[in-house]
Design a protein around this ligand. Structure first.
Ligand code: UDP
Length: 494
């Protein structure tokens, strides 16, 4: 299944773990077929993925582009969405990204083999101009799946939000094959008013998408067949579902090292899990961006303790107050026989893939959702913002592989605890209680989906075939473009 050795994909991931991680996997999938792949990113993010890229021993290179942060008034080090507070500063990051067009064009001229295709995250709108200048196709990549993209498209096309008076009124998303009811805020994934500047950026994302050659999605056809088809129909574009891309990670080192260096030793973590009964552990991880206030952290900890079940709790960032609570209450000591607390980055896929893990309390980021599906692990859903409420609907209402924790409104920086100890305890109980037929059915369904995901990525599976078709398509375009260039050159000479 090797490809034309001269194909060169240039990837532009948004500076956020939820985009960088799947793009690096995508780079490995394409490079595994013989293509050259360049990943254009900032020095900070390049450093994070250098290990995994080097270990892959494939034709993947990192194109490091320092962001002109001072020109947009951002402090040094604010190179990714994790470091940027969830306010208007995000727009500043987009402004800094806009200033990368010229340096990239310069770099493109020196790339060997010359670039044949750009795959870029939607905020890199100017990559569409670069693609036009270099006469190559641009494919657009979004973090979430086809379901989310279809919902967004239909709501925008029907202007239904204009008829919704209150933020808490539920409405049915029009035109979907499934009946999905959400509130306006859940649909928008934020309770904040979008600034005029951000709105302008969003309009540009849409325009650049209209001009793109196609869409690449981290998903697999069998997970959302109707939505994948509908997406192609609505956007009048080719859509390639080439995931779940996380399944390209096979050995423990790659599984453990995704995105960042883990804050727990890989073998200690595996040893801890090995000692637990199969399917008994609940893994708690709220992604790379979700904010957990001190009060919320305390309620979550107490809820986990009250389940009386073994758990792995990944706490990405602790506030001073939460840190104090941990030490004063002796929480870690209290739960030490059955609670493993990861203070920082967790080797999430390694943990989820362990047979001891029987449930995932997740914020419903799309990557986490897919990773749980791949591992055949049902979920307790606790969406915070962005696409997460729609992903929750996908998990709970469409596939029935999760239990909602009961969050109704987006939470970007609340200092209160929206989820109480009792909510955590009850949701975990519903998910993990194997005496309940509903829980058994949920587990059966997610196990089947996990098997489908693996088949999709295996040789001859739908995603594997889609990668082949994507490569063939780009190959074909690249030949036509070369031929056109030669003809133009010839006619110029004669
Ligand atoms: N992740 C991880 N360890 C952590 C937190 C996150 O490996 O401690 C990975 C996770 O496996 C997933 C990505 O980071 O691949 C998070 O992406 P997702 O779309 O789930 O959520 P986001 O962070 O974008 O909100």
């Amino acid at each position: 299944m090797a490809t034309d050795n001269n194909l060169h994909f240039v990837l532009f991931p948004l500076m956020a773990q939820g985009h960088m991680i799947p793009m690096v996997d995508m780079a490995r999938i394409l490079a595994h077929r013989g293509a050259t792949v360049s990943i254009a990113t900032t020095p900070l993010l390049a450093n994070r993925v250098r290990g995994i890229v080097t270990r892959a021993k494939l034709k993947i290179q990192l194109l490091e582009l320092p962001l002109p942060l001072d020109k947009v008034g951002l402090p040094q080090g604010f190179e990714s969405l994790e470091s940027v507070p969830p306010t208007d500063i995000k727009v500043k990051l987009f402004e800094a990204m806009d200033l990368l067009q010229q340096p990239i064009e310069q770099l493109f001229r020196g790339l060997c083999p010359p670039p044949s295709c750009i795959i870029s995250d939607s905020p890199f709108t100017w990559t569409q101009d670069v693609a036009r200048k270099f006469n190559i196709p641009r494919l657009v990549f979004y973090g979430p799946g086809c379901f989310w993209l279809v919902c967004k498209h239909l709501v925008s096309a029907t202007n239904i939000l204009e008829q919704i008076e209150s933020d808490s009124e539920r409405f049915v998303i029009p035109g979907l094959p499934d009946r999905i009811e959400v509130t306006k805020l859940q649909f928008l994934g934020t309770s904040k008013t979008i600034s005029a500047k951000e709105k302008l950026f969003r309009d540009r994302f849409q325009k650049a998408e209209r001009d793109a050659y196609g869409i690449v999605v981290n998903s697999f056809n069998e997970l959302e067949p109707e939505y994948a088809q509908e997406l192609a129909r609505l956007k009048h574009k080719k859509v390639w579902c080439i995931g779940p891309v996380s399944l390209c990670n096979k050995d423990n080192k790659d599984l453990a090292d995704r995105g960042n260096r883990a804050a727990v030793n890989e073998s200690d973590c595996l040893k801890w899990l090995d000692a637990k009964e199969p399917g008994s552990v609940i893994y708690v991880g709220l992604g790379s961006l979700a904010h957990v206030s001190s009060q919320q952290g305390i309620e979550l900890g107490l809820g986990l303790e009250a389940t009386n079940r073994p758990f792995v709790w990944c706490i990405r960032k602790k506030t001073e107050e939460l840190e104090k609570w941990f030490s004063e209450e002796g929480f870690e000591e209290r739960v030490k026989d059955r609670g493993l607390i990861v203070h920082g980055w967790a080797p999430q896929v390694l943990i989820l893939s362990h047979r001891a893990v029987g449930g995932f309390l997740t914020h419903c980021g799309w990557n986490s959702t897919l990773e749980s599906v791949c591992a055949g692990v049902p979920m307790v859903t606790w969406p915070h913002f962005a696409d997460q409420f729609l992903n929750e609907a996908f998990i709970v209402d469409i596939h029935k592989i999760g239990v909602g924790i009961g969050v109704e409104i987006p939470d970007e920086d609340s200092i209160e605890a929206l989820v109480k100890k009792v909510d955590v305890k009850e949701a975990v109980e519903r998910l993990m209680n194997e005496d309940e037929d509903e829980a058994k059915q949920r587990r059966k369904r997610v196990t089947e989906l996990g098997q489908m995901a693996k088949r999709a990525m295996a040789e001859g599976g739908s995603s594997c075939v889609n990668v082949t078709s994507l490569i063939q398509d780009i190959n074909c375009l690249s030949r036509i473009n070369k031929q056109t260039c030669q003809n133009e050159h010839q006619s110029h000479i004669s």
